[in-house]
Write a protein that binds this ligand. Sequence first.
Ligand SMILES: [Zn+2]
Ligand SMILES: [Zn+2]
Length: 298
Amino acid sequence: MRARILGSAAGGGLPQWNCGCDNCHAVRRDDPRVRARTQDSLAVFRGEHAVVCNASPDIRDQLAAAPRLHPRGVRGTPISAIVLTNGDLDHVLGLFSLRESQPLAIYATAAVRRGLVEHNAMCATLSRFPGQVVWRTLELEREVELADPAGAPTGISVRAFPLLGKLPVHLAKLSPSPEDNVGLSLRADGRELVYAPGCALPPPGLGDGADALLFDGTFWTSDELIRLGGTARAEDMAHIPISGPEGSLALLGRCTATRRIYTHINNTNPMLALGTAQRREVVAAGWEIAEDGMELLS
Ligand SMILES: [Zn+2]
Ligand SMILES: [Zn+2]
């Protein structure tokens, strides 16, 4: 099993079109300390199969930049399955860019599927012909082997586990469920990758023993957006901040994953810029900061 981080930014990307924070401006003026980033997504490969976790609005560019995800014939895709961690628009809008009469197998919890399909008229574009999209339900804590739309196994298994999160903003009228936001344990050939791009509180033991843990690096502090004139704290958006005694750097201090990597990083996060004290703190604690196109597990 190999993996590639297709996108490492939180919703909005870097730069975000309407954001004037230091990091977004740095990218716009080609400051070498801050790199542009696309929105959160991960690809996992085994043999001829590719699995994409979260379909971001940037998926078209992300696929173009990844040779292993290019078509191998006149029509077709090596993407055998797509797995969703929640129904946030930055994780699902890319599905609508993948609609060109191409069968897709989409794995999601029942709550995420209902939110997307039953409360979203646009989903009709993904069911123009029978079998265009095969939805397969992820049950919490039940490991399943991923298969392509026709049912051919990929050799990659996934186990979804509940992570404290929240309903997508556009579905806030629904009642919350532990299926609204999940982490994924992806396994093949004795390797394990744990993917938790959105998490309000890491459960004990998260990522222990895995080859890599990819964890929610959205915000450095809980008042990061408020200081820029926003109204929401990190906790209101169900993202645990990295810093502080209750932050993820402290809470995951004993995690035994071989590699610990922050991803899903908001453009306002000061650790994105080379040379910042925040970046040094993360690296000194043994963490890595994801980059778009980063390859893992080889
Ligand atoms: Zn997100
Ligand atoms: Zn910004």
